[in-house]
Write a protein that binds this ligand. Structure first.
Ligand code: GLN
Length: 185
């Protein structure tokens, strides 16, 4: 099994470390030729505007979108979730649009840099969640399953082959979410 990690910007190293801890091979996706023969993809946190722009410039946008639509297992965290979202409530931009949800960027306010909370993510109980200028999900379309809510805000969803999270499981030592993702591969 080989998992591609989008390495154009943001917190990709931490995802790679998590995969290594679990004994899984990863492929750093930096350009078009790297995106071959992967069994799943992780879209990390960072800055969605920058990542979205780089995806186009590096000719990765259409390839990644097509593979996700064809069922490539996908784990997207924070900015990654924004890239997948069909709609961004407080921004005119959209990116891959493979996940039928609406998100709000920087939903907890720009000033509130980061916070932590513990919560359930589907069958995973009491997961330590790290939020950094995080989005949350304000609208779900048909077929989208809620995995996690914190203070009445949806922070984790699953739709077919895609998991989208507002928080950063790669910044904790708890590997259960990466394991859950790998079980979909
Ligand atoms: N605020 C960032 C954005 O809008 C996301 C932050 C993150 O990925 N930690 O892209």
């Amino acid at each position: 099994m080989k998992i591609g990690v989008l390495c154009v910007q943001g917190a990709f190293l931490e995802h790679e470390k998590a995969l290594h801890k679990l004994g899984v091979e990863c492929e750093e996706i930096r350009q078009e030729k790297d995106f071959k023969n992967v069994d799943g993809i992780i879209l990390p946190g960072g800055e969605s505007t920058v990542q979205g722009k780089l995806l186009c410039e590096l000719n990765l946008f259409n390839n990644i979108k097509t593979e996700i639509c064809h069922g490539l297992p996908t784990l997207a965290t924070c900015a990654g979730l924004i890239l997948l979202a069909e709609k961004i409530e407080n921004d005119n931009a959209t990116y891959l649009k493979t996940l039928p949800v609406t998100v709000r960027r920087n939903a907890y306010g720009r000033q509130l840099g980061s916070f932590e909370a513990n919560g359930d993510v589907d069958e995973i109980k009491d997961f330590p969640m790290v939020f950094i200028r995080a989005p949350y999900i304000t609208k779900l379309n048909e077929g989208v399953e809620i995995l996690s809510s914190i203070n009445d805000h949806i922070v984790g969803v699953k739709y077919q082959n895609q998991i989208g999270l507002s928080f950063h499981p790669e910044l904790t030592n708890d590997m259960r979410i990466h394991e859950k993702f790998l079980s979909m591969v």
